[in-house]
Design a protein around this ligand. Sequence first.
Ligand SMILES: [Zn+2]
Length: 176
Amino acid sequence: MIVAKNKVVSLSYELKVEGETVETVGADSPLMFLFGTGNLLPKFEENLNGLKLNDGFDFDLVSADAYGQVVDDAIVDVPLQAFAVDGEIDHENLKVGNHIPMLDQSGNRLNGVVVKFNDEVVTMDFNHPLAGNNLQFSGKVVDIREASADEMEHGHVHSPDSCKDCTDQDCHSKSN
Ligand SMILES: [Zn+2]
């Protein structure tokens, strides 16, 4: 069996940025994903396509193929009152450098970092934390298996072979 569309692939890997390790995923709790469903970066999958069990990999993704450049438009001023809970500003959370989950106008979840704030506005940076970086991945294919019919229908992995632990909100409604 090789890494291909509709296979469930498990990887252990190390991610480096400019030689510094930013993420380590061990074989005991590997990254498990349904290949070819667009859940991961296309260039990431392209570099794994066709590998066999226990094959190693070592490749770089330039930022354009990863999380793009840092864009100024993603750094925005938000009224301080948006951070109020019951009329009170939560100063435990509102600190420079803190990650704060927010909703945009369409209700999508966004993760922002507090850049600075004053009495009126909070400057938030919604760029991906790895934007502007070239990513260096090295690792190993630790498992490949066929996806179940449910997994293919849902477009994500179930563990183990059931929907029980699935975090996808649509999942349970679909399986019931
Ligand atoms: Zn599911």
